[in-house]
Ligand binder design. Structure first.
Ligand code: KIV
Ligand code: ZN
Length: 519
């Protein structure tokens, strides 16, 4: 792969681990980030934005380790427009065979007000910081944050300065998801026409989805000459998210007749990555999400089913196998062995090491004893729990029994292990879930606020597992916990405890002074 794409080759820059992880509640652990990076690398992503090294020690270590381990992709670290940030990003990415420093500053009038820099002062800062980055690394990306709301003359001026200072990629962010396809294309065209040297660098497009146009805006930018799309798996990202990788990649593949551009993505890996990111971020994929939603290939109505059976092309514009979705939802049961489980998990995108397989197999057997048929989605839910119930979690649910009835209050008997010591309590509440949560609060007092409690059935039937998501907020830090069980109350208690464990990890992370969004 070369960093300067041929005319029709579009580079895929994945920022799931940076912009995606910045999404409130989507915090990932170090190991989870490494696993996702390895999968992105294997899928053929050209550039992985692995994190924001100065943001915390944890971010730094993740970017550094991804840089050391990744085999093919360029590894990129984000930095604001100051030397300390850039040095820290370089310290982390220099371990990669193909490092990149990405530095940004908000250039729109609103951002210039925040940083209290005049146009000239900001221009000087851009020249100095891009030059500094380029002295460290020969692959430098520069972004004028909020580019779509920056005056055109000023945007041209600063893009030219960044190119002259050595930027090899210029990224044009639609930071607040404000632009629309025609305007997105015009902006790239305008820069290509007006900025000297523009044809020697790569223009990137970075769109947010606040008006639901992130995919359309990115594709329009490509048609106008951008040759790098910044995107995330499942469209994860701040607020309404970023351009979804699976959407742009499949759009370019399926409609190559009208958008004749190629990517290096092995699309059969899409589904595995989608499941993985949903699992570790705690952000479930909406059922009707394009490409990776549960219903994206489901044909419920009689007319559709009949048509698809006769000729799949009647209602399907792509084959499930193109994104790594198996046509058969091979059902597993209590007689299925380890080898079958390993093979099935691999199909679902989980390459299990022997010790992981041992753990998942025990859980699978326990589930199969309670549930006659174990479907793909049950196994995905099982995987989510195998990381959330890990032995190293400081808080673990050891026992839970609730007493329910038509008469309130309901009560919950709970044993929690906290840092290896077991504690027991009986608590009451308005309903079994409230009683269980009150019991957890009694045994592990905290002031985190419950922001979201959500339950959904993993499969059909009264013996279906419930997946519960719990989002907690403490001093502005947001974490999401998830768990699944055939018993909704048990899943709820475990999801709450999973969120608390994530909060404890979060508390240990140290943040630098100041606002990370501004330069
Ligand atoms: O949305 C945005 O502007 C960003 C920049 C840091 C590139 O994520
Ligand atoms: Zn962004």
């Amino acid at each position: 792969m070369t960093d300067t794409p041929k005319q029709d080759r579009v580079l895929i820059f994945d920022t799931t681990l940076r912009d995606g992880e910045q999404s409130p509640g989507a915090t990932m652990t170090h190991d989870e980030k490494l696993e996702i990076a390895a999968m992105l690398d294997e899928m053929g992503v050209d550039i992985i934005e692995a994190g924001f090294p100065i943001a915390s020690e944890g971010d730094f270590e993740a970017v550094r380790d991804i840089a050391k381990l990744s085999k093919n992709a360029v590894i990129c670290g984000l930095s604001r427009a100051n030397f300390a940030d850039i040095d820290r990003a370089w310290e982390a990415v220099q371990h990669s065979a193909r490092p990149r420093i990405h530095t940004f500053i908000g250039t729109s009038p609103l951002h210039r007000d925040i940083t209290k820099l005049t146009q000239d002062e900001m221009a000087e800062r851009i020249e100095a910081t891009v030059t500094h980055a380029r002295n460290l690394c020969d692959n430098v990306q520069w972004s004028p944050m909020d580019a779509t709301r920056t005056e055109h003359d000023y945007l041209c001026r600063v893009v030219e300065i960044a190119i002259k200072a050595g930027a090899t990629t210029i990224n044009i962010p639609d930071t607040v998801g404000y632009t629309a396809p025609r305007e997105s294309a015009q902006l790239i065209r305008m820069l290509l026409e007006r900025v000297p040297g523009a044809d020697e660098i790569v223009f990137a497009t970075h769109c947010h989805n606040d008006l639901g146009m992130a995919t359309a805006n990115a594709l329009a930018a490509v048609e106008a000459g951008a040759r790098q799309i910044e995107c995330t798996i499942n469209g994860l990202g701040e607020r309404a998210g970023n351009t979804a990788l699976e959407e742009v990649v499949m759009a370019l593949k399926v409609r190559n007749d009208i958008m004749p551009y190629t990517t290096g993505i092995d699309t059969t890996k899409i589904m595995g990555l989608s499941r993985k990111v949903a699992t570790v971020s705690g952000f479930p994929v909406q059922y009707n999400k394009a490409i990776v939603g549960k219903n994206a290939f489901a044909h419920e109505s009689g007319i559709h089913q009949d048509g698809v059976l006769k000729n799949a092309e009647t209602f399907e514009i792509m084959r499930p196998a193109d994104i790594g979705l198996n046509a058969t939802n091979l059902v597993m049961g209590k007689h299925s062995g380890r080898a079958a489980l390993r093979a099935k998990m691999k199909e679902l995108g989980y390459d299990l090491a022997d010790n992981q397989l041992k753990d998942v197999f025990v859980r699978f057997k326990a589930l199969a004893d309670r549930k006659k048929e174990v479907y793909d989605d049950d196994l995905v839910a099982l995987m989510r729990d195998s990381s959330s119930d890990a032995e190293h979690d400081r808080i673990q649910v050891k026992f839970l029994r609730v007493i329910c009835g038509t008469e309130a209050p309901q009560s919950a008997d709970l044993i929690l292990s906290v840092d290896g010591t077991e504690h027991q309590v009986t608590a009451q509440g308005d309903g079994p879930v409230d009683a269980a949560f009150n019991a957890i609060k009694a045994l592990f007092p905290h002031h985190a606020r419950l922001q979201l409690y959500q339950v959904h059935a993993v499969t059909e039937g009264t013996d279906a597992q419930a997946t519960v998501s719990v989002r907690l907020e403490e001093d502005g830090k947001i974490v999401t916990g998830q768990s699944s069980d055939t018993d909704t109350v048990v899943a709820s208690a475990k999801a709450y405890v999973n969120a608390l464990n994530r909060l404890l990890v979060r508390r240990e992370k140290t943040k630098p002074e100041g606002d990370l969004q501004s330069a």
